[in-house]
Design a protein around this ligand. Structure first.
Ligand SMILES: C[S@@+](CC[C@H](N)C(=O)[O-])C[C@H]1O[C@@H](n2cnc3c(N)ncnc32)[C@H](O)[C@@H]1O
Length: 419
């Protein structure tokens, strides 16, 4: 068979672009449109747009024929390749519309009456991220440093990131010429400290002394270097976190967006309404992000956290703060039966898996009159809210915190009180 004949057959079989109107947001920041009886979810399409798409698997946006007012030219030059963001093509207002719309659909799915309005907590979409982990490779003799491409292991090489704070971007710029001179670094952690940038180099092989000196001489950098879980250089990192100064080691949890975190803590404090008479359990307390501010308000707080090392660092930070009535316990909260009678208020801020076992226990804890639930995953939140509502709690407050602008991720805060 000649090549010309083969290519004309394959051309005939290729799906042709179809024009359609985008009807709604999909859950992943894509646009939903209908082609015949098929529902397609197309990455890059925005509701109300007329678009030309290929109904392939996955469907592909070919052209935007009538753009939405919520479309913008991506301010990040890596957006078409880098998997770090999904919504760079959407204005900040459009991004909030999408996140609010998704949360409203989720709440509707709970089939509960009289839900309160969702309050939106948002700030700038640029330069908000105070911590990042970047991958490094030297494949084919070429240095690549950055985040991975969506659904791929390929590292997209960047010189700066739109989401990171300016000091983090300055360190990335200064770092690249040094990385190009060696092959030992596989990952980099960056964290904005109060008066420096924390830089952690994870090594796969030894680093020559001269190269280590060069990294150590980077201006404004507090260096950590590790290999096979052992610290070779371990400059202390201290970071201010809502009223306490906390020691941080790579791998610890820390809220990524300082401004949104401050708004979130403010909202939690208001909804917890704590005073000297309260006995509070802060479940999944991390480094004390919420427990210190609640204890500063006068409440007696017990923070429960699974990581022994974080419990130690949170306890030391609490001692340095003005809070007096605060202790931390190291507990695996996914399987432990707890004594909850001592608490009248509870804060939950679990990882994506949620807090099923705790919510089952809280449903039976008659003395707990108020629960504030901070969630990063609506699936586990839905399951846990159903348990709490069936156990006698009412949803009294709802907020969406836009912790990660330009991405599809956000936090949900829920206030529940006992009926
Ligand atoms: C979303 S973070 C919240 C931390 C803290 N509330 C904050 O705002 O920084 C979840 C925390 O749960 C902890 N964690 C994860 N699995 C756990 C478990 N099985 N038991 C207890 N804590 C756990 C993590 O170490 C992390 O600190």
């Amino acid at each position: 068979m000649s090549n010309r004949w083969r290519s004309s057959i394959s051309r005939d079989r290729e799906p042709k672009p179809i024009e359609a109107e985008v009807l709604a947001w999909g859950d992943h920041g894509d646009g939903e449109l209908h082609v015949g009886s098929k529902r397609l979810f197309v990455a890059g399409a925005i509701p109300d747009e007329l678009v030309s798409v290929l109904a392939s698997k996955p469907p592909k946006l070919i052209k935007v024929l009538t753009p939405s007012d919520d479309r913008r030219k991506s301010p990040c030059r890596y957006a078409s390749e880098c998997g770090g963001c999904q919504l760079q093509h959407v204005t900040p207002r459009g991004q909030l519309n999408f996140k609010a719309d998704r949360l409203t659909r989720f709440l509707h799915g709970l089939a509960l009456d009289n839900l309160p309005e969702v309050e939106l907590l948002s700030a700038e979409d640029r330069g908000y991220r105070r911590r990042a982990r970047l991958s490094v490779s030297y494949r084919g003799g070429k240095l690549r440093m950055g985040f991975r491409q969506a659904k791929s292991n390929r590292i997209v090489d960047i010189d700066s990131c739109y989401n990171l704070t300016d000091p983090l971007n300055q360190v990335i710029k200064a770092l690249k010429p040094l990385l190009a001179q060696q092959r030992a670094v596989s990952h980099i952690d960056l964290l904005q400290l109060d008066h420096a940038v924390g830089l952690h180099l994870r090594l796969t092989e030894p680093l020559q002394e001269q190269q280590l000196d060069a990294f150590q001489s980077l201006p404004g950098v507090a260096l950590k270097v590790s290999r096979d879980e052992a610290w070779l250089v371990d400059t202390p990192w201290l970071v201010s976190n809502n009223g306490s100064s906390v020691a941080y080691q790579p791998g610890d949890f820390l809220q990524a967006n300082t401004k949104i975190n401050a708004l979130m803590v403010e909202r939690v404090l208001e909804w917890m309404a704590v005073d000297e008479g309260d006995s509070v359990a802060d479940f999944f307390s991390g480094l004390g992000n919420f427990s210190v501010p609640m204890a500063v308000k006068g409440a007696a707080v017990v923070g429960f956290e699974g990581s022994d090392a974080m419990v130690k660092r949170a306890s030391e930070a609490a001692e340095r703060s003005t809070a007096s009535r605060i202790v931390y316990r190291s507990v695996d909260l996914f399987g432990t039966q707890l004594v909850l009678e001592n608490y009248n208020k509870v804060l939950l801020d679990p990882p994506r898996a949620g807090a099923q076992s705790l919510c089952e226990q809280l449903s039976k804890a008659a003395k707990v009159e108020r629960v504030v639930y901070v969630s990063c995953d609506t699936n586990s939140l839905a399951r846990d809210l159903k348990i709490l509502v069936a156990g006698g709690f009412n949803i009294e407050g709802l907020a969406l915190a836009d912790m990660f602008p330009n991405t599809i991720h956000s936090e949900t805060i829920v206030l529940l009180t006992r009926v």
